[in-house]
Design a protein around this ligand. Structure first.
Ligand code: SF4
Length: 445
């Protein structure tokens, strides 16, 4: 049956965003729109998956969609790269109004909205290190290293102890106190064995650190930042020891000279930060994830019970003393507080709480960053909570203004447009630098 189109249906998503968010640069609106709406399935990103850096999870075709090389499950590229160097995570979301199709040239594609061309783009390619072997024949991609644009992420202890907190007086029984949105820290025994990680033990095998250092040494990583992450430990002191061991190993190998190395652990003690700084680590990012105290306790029970919100904040401030302003960040999951039992009741409440985080942290030299909450657990996985794209852009506009007011921008040495694929802060700050410096870079909005 025919029906009249509503005003919003007549407008493209990008036109609506331009009207509602004129202060957000066009490149940032496009990135946010893709992060939120994804792209409809088309076989061409599947073909690109053969040379591009692959997504974490394979895509599964729906009945009726033509097989890819005879397979109904395969990897698509992980990262889109636009001509102006803006980067975004590729998300296939059927029935999106966006679609990526073949473009003019090798590895060049066209983004369409409602069938109309928007821009050309490419995908971040697999780099030679990811195909190489270490001296003992281990694939470098299995050494605990992944890459997001120009950032190498080193994770040699992925198992998070919050998933298996021993129950007091009940030998062998554990509680799951993991963050409610998290899947990647699940202690998978095969993965832990391959890297030699032992739960509740800080130390890591030298062989593991040698392998991952060899991968970082590869001449063709094209990376500038090296970000150390891992699952959390139940003891702040033990976690600090673990990151110190990794940092010293990297320093001995000269890698703290080659890369801007940052510690992405949980909150750790000042003494460990100081020793890491002495080893050449230059920044820290302790992710609080959620600002509101009650929501933090609900969503991050392990962090809340083990460290506590007040100690976490104190640790971030100590990190500013040790590493200096501009070298400390804390990541938040935008919208996590709107999901599940005990959630905030309105998106406005979530926005207010997140802005309170920015108002507290930015003047103290800590840059908060927000990624869009993609639901990967539970029945409604793949769906957004009622956190909207509009809210995400309003949050980012307000926090960009706060950074500008305090002159506390994201530090491109640490976190930049070539590595931020789920966050918008470096894109906003880059544009603000452009405006204030009157640079002649014509590729920017
Ligand atoms: S601390 Fe939370 S987010 Fe980090 S790995 Fe553990 S459960 Fe996941």
């Amino acid at each position: 049956m025919l029906r009249a189109l509503t005003g919003s249906e007549k407008m493209s998503i990008l036109e609506s965003l331009a009207e509602a968010h004129p202060l957000t640069p066009a490149a940032v609106r496009l990135k946010a729109a893709l992060l939120f709406h994804g792209v409809d399935y088309d076989p061409c990103p599947g073909r690109a998956g053969e040379w591009a850096f692959p997504s974490h999870m394979p895509i599964t075709l729906l009945p009726g969609e033509p097989l890819h090389n005879g397979q109904n499950k395969f990897y698509t590229p992980q990262l889109i790269r636009f001509p102006d160097d803006t980067q975004a995570r590729l998300r296939v979301k059927r029935e999106s109004r966006f679609r990526i199709v073949d473009g003019d040239g090798d590895r060049v594609f066209t983004l369409l909205e409602d069938g109309k061309p928007v821009t050309s783009l490419t995908f971040e390619p697999k780099l030679p290190w990811a195909e190489a072997l270490t001296h003992d024949g281990t694939p470098m991609r299995a050494s605990g290293l992944v890459q997001h644009g120009d950032m190498l992420v080193l994770n040699v202890a992925p198992g998070c102890e919050y998933f298996v907190v021993p129950k007091v007086g009940m030998a062998g029984k554990t509680d799951n106190m993991s963050c409610t949105f998290c899947l990647y820290g699940v202690p998978d025994p095969q993965r832990l064995d391959a890297l030699g990680q032992k739960l509740y033990e800080a130390g890591l095998p030298t062989q593991t650190l040698d392998r991952v250092s060899e991968a970082c040494h590869h001449p063709e990583t094209h990376a500038r930042h090296l970000y150390l992450v891992g699952g959390s430990m139940l003891s702040m002191a033990a976690e600090g020891e673990r990151y110190l061991q990794i940092s010293r190993h990297l320093a001995e190998q000269g890698l703290t000279d080659r890369y801007y190395v940052a510690c992405g652990s949980g909150a750790i003690e000042r003494g460990h930060m100081e020793q890491m700084k002495d080893a050449g680590v230059r920044g820290a990012c302790f992710n609080l994830e959620v600002w509101d105290p009650a929501q933090f306790a609900r969503i991050c029970p392990g962090k809340n019970a083990t460290v506590g919100r007040d100690r976490w904040l104190a640790s971030l401030e100590e990190a500013v003393d040790v590493f200096g302003p501009g070298n400390v960040m804390s990541a938040f999951v935008g919208g996590a507080e709107l999901e599940g039992d005990g959630a905030f009741r309105s998106a406005e409440e979530a926005l207010e709480s997140n802005l309170a985080a920015a108002e507290y942290l930015i003047p103290r030299g800590i840059v908060p960053t927000w990624s869009i909450f993609w639901k990967v657990t539970g029945k409604a996985r793949g769906e957004e909570s009622f956190y909207t794209l509009d809210l995400f852009l309003r949050l980012n506009e307000a926090t960009a203004a706060l950074r500008a007011k305090a002159q506390r921008f994201t530090n491109p040495e640490f976190f930049c447009r070539r590595c931020a694929y789920m966050e918008l802060e470096p894109d906003f700050d880059f544009s603000q630098f452009y405006r204030s410096s009157n640079s002649a870079n014509s590729s920017l909005p």
